[in-house]
Design a protein around this ligand. Structure first.
Ligand code: SF4
Length: 61
């Protein structure tokens, strides 16, 4: 029996890049947002088939 899972969805767009930040994130890339959302939507759709026997109990952005 498969268990519950949690999701982490990374949003890499920031108003400015903090000096201490190690996350893959960028400022000034707003023109890429729609492309990212489209790719993320596609990825979620594909993964949902792969994990259809799991229950998502948390989503962290
Ligand atoms: S810590 Fe990193 S991800 Fe968070 S707001 Fe600053 S640059 Fe963006």
């Amino acid at each position: 029996m498969m268990g519950n899972i949690g999701l982490y969805i990374h949003i890499p767009f920031c108003r400015q890049k903090c000096l201490y930040c190690d996350f893959p994130s960028w400022a000034g890339q707003e023109d890429q947002m729609q492309r990212y959302v489209d790719a993320l939507t596609k990825e979620i759709r594909n993964r949902s088939r792969e994990y259809s026997d799991r229950t998502v109990v948390s989503v962290f952005f």
